[in-house]
Design a protein around this ligand. Sequence first.
Ligand SMILES: [Zn+2]
Length: 347
Amino acid sequence: MTAKKESIEERIDRLHAGRIIDLHFDLPMDLYEKRERENVLATEFLPELEAGDIGVVGVAIYIEDRYLPEIGLRVALDQIARLYTEAYACPRFAICKSWHEIQKARDADKIALLITMEGAEPLGTDLNLLRTFYELGVRSIGLTHARRNAAGNGGVFAAKGSSSDGLTGFGRDLVRECEALGIIIDLAHINPAGFNEILSMTTRPPIVSHTNARRYYDIERNISDEQIKMIGKRHGVIGINSVLVSPKEEESTVDHFIDHIEHVVNLIGIDGVGIGFDFFEFIYSRWPESAKKELAEKFTTPKFIPDLRNHSHARNLTRKLIERGFGDEQVEKILRGNWLRIFEELL
Ligand SMILES: [Zn+2]
């Protein structure tokens, strides 16, 4: 008698049993924009997160230009308030501030939310406020988005042109204080000079929560082979982004998303790659044409992958990884294992 052969869907079920980690999701700004409503998290997001077997999500505080500079801090606090209200209203979620809490949430099969910050704008130039955000649960900070701020400069959405300056004095203080408090420093978006400076100042494994390889999409907002190797040398992890896999619509596919994974693996090994989906079609699709045009002029028109455009599509990624020949152990490291190692080491 031979054992029944496992089907690909059964294999996906088995690989997803330990859940998937996505380290970049613009959830708080959406909850804030919908602040007149209740149970947005449970009704609009939970079904997709559950369908995709998502176990940990990095949820990013991000402040849109229209709130800056005057009410950036206030909107950031409001975003966190919405997140707590919404997460506490639904027992399927747990806001986690430590490795221990993440483990506890995973053991209880809850979806762990890790609060992150994309761009240090909420702090202004007040380092004291970092402590406030730390106490509120922020555990990872990327110093900049694409724009310049008090901490440093973002990488532009072009092959060259971002500032040759690294961090400001405030940016350097911020990096030191993050390391002292135990806040992960996220290198996504920072310009190349800032990237180098942060690595020269820090000792812990660095992360890039959501990015793509410049080899396939050559803009400074993504990362070069040399930068990928620098992350690998320090045992860091790079999360692959689903919205910048190619400047071309026809190349924005799950296969090409996996090309980015494969490229990082070829350069630094299987321990250096994770997921930072950056799904935001749900936000983009609501925008008026004028806002879409503004985004295209300032950055680029996002190219969403048709069958990887929200969390419910995560199985499509795993299926394709299997088809492309990735083994169980490799798939598990990509889907969660590498981020779990970072959490264990840094949180
Ligand atoms: Zn981003």
